[in-house]
Ligand binder design. Structure first.
Ligand SMILES: NC(=O)c1ccc[n+]([C@@H]2O[C@H](COP(=O)([O-])OP(=O)(O)OC[C@H]3O[C@@H](n4cnc5c(N)ncnc54)[C@H](OP(=O)(O)O)[C@@H]3O)[C@@H](O)[C@H]2O)c1
Length: 275
């Protein structure tokens, strides 16, 4: 097993796979999942203040003997905390809960209208102070990114969005590639949903003696998309990382591309109710 990294436009290297911990319970559940993931070889953990498990994430990191600089920890600013001063406060609280003195990747969780530009100014300060090595956004459409870039100094380095073969986000990916904004895929497995039963994915999986989940995550990696599958099941944590001993052919990648039908399991950011 072998993980790989992608170099962001500011020179920071980010692993191309990490463990997502949305809906993973604070305490023993999140600690066990992280412990298993670190033993398996994962080095990136994706949490958020709204997941309410940052304390457990911090404890799991603290109890591991992996050097801090070899880990890549992501957390996110929740919508209620958007605004300049409130962002700085929320960042400090996340750091405290995680028992860290810097965050590798700090993300705006959703593009709250009228607030995200001011919020991002605080992100720029945190970046300039070296307290966040990488700053970015989640759930930004092209129009949000354009607006943000027109009103800020430091281009976001990452955009984390819902992305899987049924929501391939081609236009956004092309835009981000042109702008050197790295795409990360959330809900890469459609939260364990219908994509895992898709006959095209299942056929390809059979050929390589892999699972549908592994084929989808491999499709992410070969498309230069960072992926953060969530699992609390030890065998799946191992399975989802076991991606580096096979390669999909160009024809297989194209076949998977035909599954794109703009289907979301989460909310469209333009329809999100921020009140
Ligand atoms: N920025 C955002 O707005 C945003 C939004 C949503 C998610 N995220 C991040 O993205 C991460 C991943 O997304 P997600 O948690 O929504 O969904 P996901 O990773 O697509 O799917 C997780 C679900 O699939 C199951 N699963 C995992 N591996 C599997 C496998 N190999 N075979 C079959 N089922 C499998 C898990 O079950 P078990 O756990 O029971 O094994 C869980 O129910 C989150 O944890 C979070 O860190 C970010």
């Amino acid at each position: 097993m072998n993980t790989q990294t992608i170099t962001l436009y500011n020179g920071v290297r980010i692993p191309n796979i990490g463990l997502g911990v949305y809906k993973t319970k604070e305490g023993t559940e999140v600690k066990q999942a992280i412990k298993k993931s670190l033993e398996t070889g994962y080095r990136m953990i994706d949490t958020a203040s709204i997941y309410k498990n940052e304390i457990g994430v911090g404890e799991a990191i603290g109890e591991s003997d992996i050097a801090r600089e070899d880990l890549f920890i992501t957390t996110k600013l929740w919508n209620d905390d958007q605004g300049y001063e409130t962002t700085l406060k929320a960042f400090d609280l996340s750091l405290k809960k995680l028992k860290l003195d810097y965050i590798d990747l700090y993300l705006i969780h959703w593009p709250v209208y009228g607030k995200y530009v001011e919020t991002y100014r605080a992100f720029e300060k945190l970046y300039q102070e070296g307290r966040a090595r990488v700053i970015g956004v989640c759930n930004f459409h092209i129009h949000h990114l354009e607006h943000l870039m027109d009103n800020s100094d430091i281009k976001p380095m990452v955009n984390q969005v819902e992305l899987h073969p049924m929501l391939a986000q081609i236009e956004l990916r092309n835009f981000c590639q042109k702008e050197q904004i790295q795409i990360e895929a959330w809900s890469p497995l459609m939260q364990g949903g219908e994509i895992l039963e898709n006959p095209i994915i299942k056929d390809i999986a059979k050929k390589y003696d892999k699972t549908p989940a592994q084929v989808i995550l491999r499709w992410d990696i070969q498309n230069n998309i960072i992926t953060i599958p969530k699992s609390i099941t030890s065998s799946r944590i191992v399975e989802n990382f076991n991606l580096f001993d096979f390669s999909l052919t160009e024809e297989e990648l194209q076949k998977i591309n035909t599954l794109d039908c703009h289907k979301r399991v989460g909310t469209n950011p333009d329809k999100y109710d921020f009140v």
